[in-house]
Unconditional design. Structure first.
Lengths: 306, 384
């Protein structure tokens, strides 16, 4: 088990580095001059050149690359071109804000998707309805769902704030958006796993043992659904932490996604790099956590691969 | 319809209650009968073997008896387990009493045990649900149950997950689970098929010992004649959803009446005594599909002795040592052998069909069988 974990962590670090290198190179492929972005009205070439010298943009690419990654290994993400403060101090509060939204979103999609999946498995009558709901939600883009919710609950019913911000009242609609859009996947995985489990010989054994239906459902069936669901939760948490850009833009949720969009527009390369790297770390970390949790709920995954 | 003949030759007195009594059981899927008018009886302390090929309906019969078939299956007929009509009980009641009436040992223990729950917990939950035991108490009971099926260091094994155990251990866990509430009837659905030969022998020995302790009746489903010879007191041969022949194991092995039983035994004899490289005897053709037209004898297309009448009429059940039409009791029936004797190698050899070969070579045997076949298989009035 320990060996599996160490290997996973090593692969994770390699993946993060790969993403960082790719992002770094992409920033130089994207057209645009950061110096102009910083001083848009500066006419004189001397001023712009001065900015470039200050930011070391005049040095060869390979030197900039070495500088950046040298600092990165020391845990320094650099300084924002636009807002004169360290990238870490910019990102960390945003990461926490997005973290709350990601968590609330995953809780919403697990509840909605899980309920849809369980209902459609146990009650044949609602199966067609659930399938239709799933298909509708799947075909709607995130921003449409977000805008519809905002229109109905915010502007019509005045049940939710429409001004943006990161409070407990503001989190409801964006989390619900993530939940609705993500739910069909959970519904599908829960329904498939439950159907497999219900048809399995071990459920027949449980029936033969005269266990009550509810007991069989909770102790024997749903425990077997847990493992793939946990994998998906891990993937979603990582992905959402690396930026739920659309939802954050629609609802004005001041998270890391919004920061990434702003920084991209400003050609604020250190901040863009910072959001990319933090996102990659989040994805790797949560997949790892999901793997560990899965080993806990499914003993078969604890075995060392040969 | 055929009357329900007692499978046991050593039937108990009138007051005796069978471990299992099945009368005219029929199991249909989508209107097609997988089990067709089957009647049989298993006495307490008896091992009744149900032999048949894949899809002959033997598993449907077993599941139908234990009321474990999906609701899409239509089950008719009467099933009594130790005098209780499990199928007739309301669902709640049936659930509550099932495990105390019948223990079900599945074929593939790996699949039949929940992969994510420790095996001890899977045994303990029986005592939690049915005996109202607390967790610790039930766990302690699970340890005792594992010790009962001769598992070493049961206090460690209770914490193991199914995939961590050997095939034999898993099957022991299944047996412990099936016997936990001491049901009067055990149904074993080919429990040794997935095991290697030495493990098979261990499991057979274990079941024999446990049965001697508990005196429960066992319905043992198999297609392995070796297992039958080893374990069974009485045998029922199933073909295309019907029992075509039944009787005490010894008699059935010595002089099988039905051509299908003869074919099965001949295959086995070839396996044991044939020259290396010599072709094995095979019954030509394959069993009919469930959806096949049902008219006449289902075995007729594969039968060497079929006549015109076979296409029209379903033959009477062939019963070893009985003459039911004449209303006589068992005449030449050998008494049901105790299990211990059946499990001994000597016992199995004599029951395996070698001895009768030596006694009755060639023609005499063929004549006897032909007579038997005609007498029991087709309208007795032709003969009389």
């Amino acid at each position: 088990m320990a060996r599996t974990l160490i290997r996973r962590i090593a692969f994770g670090v390699i993946a993060i580095l790969g993403v960082a290198v790719l992002a770094f190179l992409l920033e130089f492929v994207v057209p645009g001059d950061p110096a102009r972005a910083i001083a848009p009205r500066a006419q004189s070439a001397a001023v712009l050149e001065n900015i470039r010298i200050q930011l070391h943009l005049n040095r060869p690419l390979i030197v900039q690359f070495a500088d950046y990654f040298g600092e990165l290994f020391r845990g320094n993400l650099g300084t924002s071109y636009v807002q004169r403060q360290s990238v870490t101090s910019l990102i960390m509060p945003r990461l926490a804000t997005t973290g709350w939204l990601a968590l609330a979103g995953v809780v919403a999609e697990v509840i909605i998707g899980g309920a849809l999946g369980v209902l459609s498995t146990l009650y044949a009558r609602v199966r067609a309805v659930v399938a239709a709901v799933n298909l509708t939600l799947l075909s709607l883009p995130q921003f449409v769902v977000g805008l519809v919710l905002l229109l109905i609950f915010g502007f019509r019913l005045h049940l939710a704030p429409v001004t943006g911000g990161a409070g407990p009242a503001e989190i409801v609609l964006p989390a619900l958006t993530l939940g609705l859009v993500g739910a069909p996947w959970y519904a599908q995985i829960v329904a498939d796993q439950m159907a497999d489990s219900l048809a399995s010989p071990y459920v027949r054994t449980a029936v033969a043992k005269g266990l009550p239906d509810r007991y069989i459902l909770w102790r024997h069936v749903l425990r077997n659904v847990l493992s793939p669901a946990i994998t998906m939760i891990g993937m979603d948490l990582g992905a959402y932490l690396s930026g739920v850009v659309t939802v954050e833009v629609v609802f004005g949720w001041p998270g890391i996604g919004l920061l990434a969009v702003d920084s991209l527009q400003n050609l604020d390369r250190p901040v863009v790099m910072g959001t990319v790297i933090v996102g990659a770390v989040a994805v790797v970390a949560f997949n790892l956590i999901a793997d560990v949790l899965r080993m806990y709920v499914d003993p078969r995954t604890r075995e060392e691969p040969a | 319809m055929t009357a329900a003949p007692a499978m046991a030759t050593s039937a108990p007195g009138p007051g005796g209650q069978a471990a299992l009594e099945v009368d005219s059981l029929r199991v249909c899927y989508a209107g097609l009968p997988a089990v067709d008018d089957v009647s049989l009886r298993v006495e307490p302390g008896q091992v009744a073997a149900l032999i048949g090929e894949t899809s002959s309906g033997k598993s449907s019969l077993a599941l139908g008896v234990a009321r474990l078939l999906p609701s899409s299956a239509v089950v008719t007929g009467r099933v009594e387990i130790a005098g209780t009509d499990l199928a007739g009980l309301p669902a709640r009641e049936a659930r509550r009493r099932r495990a105390s009436l019948v223990g079900y040992i599945a074929q593939d223990a790996m699949a039949a045990l929940n992969p994510v729950i420790p095996v001890g917990r899977q045994i303990a939950e029986l005592f939690g649900v049915h005996r109202g035991m607390h967790r610790a108490e039930a766990s302690a009971q699970a340890v005792r149950e594992l010790a009962r099926v001769r598992i070493d260091r049961p206090e460690r094994v209770v914490r193991a997950y199914p995939h961590q155990l050997s095939g034999g251990m898993r099957q022991r866990v299944m047996i412990a689970m099936a016997m936990a509430l001491s049901p009067p009837l055990l149904i074993a659905d080919e429990p040794t098929t997935a095991l290697d030969v030495s493990t098979q022998a261990e499991i057979l020995g274990l079941v024999g010992q446990l049965q001697a302790e508990t005196g429960s009746g066992i319905l043992w489903i198999t297609h392995d004649m070796g297992v039958v010879a080893e374990l069974a007191d009485v045998v029922a041969v199933m073909y295309a959803g019907r029992i075509v022949e039944q009787g005490p194991a010894g008699d059935l092995f010595d002089h099988p009446l039905h051509p299908y039983t003869q074919g099965l035994l001949r295959t086995r004899r070839d396996l044991r005594t044939g020259r290396p490289g010599a072709p094995l005897y095979q019954i030509e053709g394959s069993p009919p599909a469930l959806s096949a037209q049902r008219r006449g004898c289902a075995f007729a297309p594969r039968c060497a002795r079929r006549t015109e009448i076979c296409r029209e009429q379903v033959p009477e059940l062939m019963t070893q040592g009985h003459n039911l039409q004449a209303g006589n009791g068992p005449s030449d029936a050998s008494p049901s052998r105790p299990l211990a004797a059946a499990a001994s190698p000597a016992g199995s050899a004599s029951a395996a069909g070698q001895a009768p070969d030596a006694r009755q070579p060639g023609p005499a045997r063929a004549d006897l069988l032909a007579t038997g076949w005609l007498a029991a298989c087709h309208h007795p009035e032709v003969l009389s």
